[in-house]
Design a protein around this ligand. Structure first.
Ligand code: FEO
Length: 392
């Protein structure tokens, strides 16, 4: 792949990772991803903004083959998918210095080999770096999604380089975002990576609006030529009230919990509540994460295994808790053979000051009429509470 211009002497030089299917050995990547690096060539100096994942270092270095001079490597974020090829760039350009936030410096030295400490300079929030006729302004933006993260504004071209913020795990030949195509991957990215930090992001969005960029260039996925598209989407994901929607992740072992799911989902639908059910035996946890962005309620279905919830349900509940979605209500239902604490254990995981835990519905063995009545009652409770909160 050749460098691609996004402005006068501003080149995209990253790598598309079409085949990657898992990130952090956790996050499914159904659409692959990209690691975007950008070369800004001023009249006097040149800066490379971020690098690529170490697995794609050869791709980056081949794009830099004809580039004689790089003076600065701006490291927005120490995570290796952006910092991993910094040592290669430093080796090729012996005069180059790494530019990072004060917190990022230590993290880069901790996480990578091949970065001498005297080749890292730190910048403060709001500090500017002149490249001649182009000027970079650094903006600290912590917790998107690590504590050291910052972004860079190229003043003359009004391009905001945001690294992970506003990114999408989407391998595409499109340099610029096809908005209809990128919406779902961007939302998925937000759900998986950014949602735990949505309160910090709400503050950062104000700052991004004040900067008023003409272009947003993240380090995953395509570039946004209409920044309002992704800023408005983030505003909604971060700050809009949750919707009249229930997410139902569940596992079934011998069919009892599945029968409860079927009845419960039907009862919710009859009451005008949106529902998404996820059989965790085969569900894409990324889709579950996306659904959690807007949902008001999570209702977890689990059989009892060795006195507690099914381990797969346990893992999903933990994921839902750490993603910190806008949920307001949580419920647990399921079946058991002879006893246990499945409901209490799941509730303890998803419990949060602003989440109301609803009464569980547990049945012994196969669900019978009284159990279906209890599920109807739970569905009614949820529908009423959604209406009372203004979600419906
Ligand atoms: Fe794309 Fe947090 O790294």
């Amino acid at each position: 792949m050749k460098p691609r211009a996004i402005s006068d002497r501003v080149l995209a030089v990253g790598a598309i990772d079409w085949d990657r299917r898992l990130f952090d050995s956790l996050i499914p990547l159904p659409d692959g991803t990209s690691y975007n690096a950008y070369l800004v060539q001023g009249s006097e100096k040149s800066a490379l903004l971020d690098t690529v994942d170490p697995t794609k270092r050869d791709e980056l270095m081949s794009q830099l083959a004809g580039i004689e001079r790089i003076d600065f490597v701006i490291s927005h974020h120490a995570e290796q998918d952006h910092s991993g090829a910094i040592p290669d760039v430093l080796a090729k350009y012996p005069q180059a210095k790494v530019v990072a936030s004060t917190k990022a410096k230590g993290m880069l030295l901790d996480l990578l080999e091949g970065i001498p400490e005297d080749r890292v300079i730190t910048v403060e929030d709001g500090e500017e770096l002149s490249l001649g006729d182009k000027t970079l302004r650094f903006v600290y933006m912590p917790w998107v999604h690590w504590p050291e993260t910052m972004i860079t504004y190229l003043l003359q071209d009004r391009i905001l380089f945001t690294c992970d913020l506003f990114g999408s795990h989407l391998a595409t030949s499109d340099l610029y975002a096809d908005e209809a195509r990128v919406y779902e991957p961007a939302k998925r990215y937000y759900a998986e990576i950014m949602m735990p930090f949505r309160r910090a992001i709400a503050r950062h969005l104000e700052r991004v609006r004040q900067i008023d960029p003409a272009v947003i260039a993240p380090s995953h996925g395509p570039v946004y030529r209409r920044p309002a598209f992704i800023i408005d989407a983030y505003d909604e994901w971060v700050s809009a009230p949750p919707r009249n929607r229930v997410i139902v992740p569940y596992i079934t072992m011998h069919g009892s919990t599945a029968r409860m799911v079927e009845h419960f989902v039907g009862a919710l639908m009859e009451r005008g509540v949106e529902v998404e059910q996820f059989n965790l035996a085969s569900a894409d946890i990324g889709k579950l994460a996306v659904s959690l962005v807007d949902a008001a309620t999570i209702a977890v279905g689990t059989p009892t295994v060795l006195g507690g919830p099914h381990p797969t349900v346990l893992a999903a509940a933990q994921l839902a808790a750490v993603l910190n979605p806008k949920l307001r209500f949580a419920a647990v239902f399921g079946s058991y053979g002879w006893g246990g604490k499945a409901a209490e254990q799941v509730a303890a995981i998803v419990e949060r000051a602003d989440i109301e835990i609803l009464a569980p519905v547990l049945c012994k063995g196969i669900p019978r009429e009284a159990d279906f009545v209890a599920l109807e009652s739970l569905a009614e409770t949820i529908a009423v509470k959604h209406r009372e909160q203004g979600f419906a």
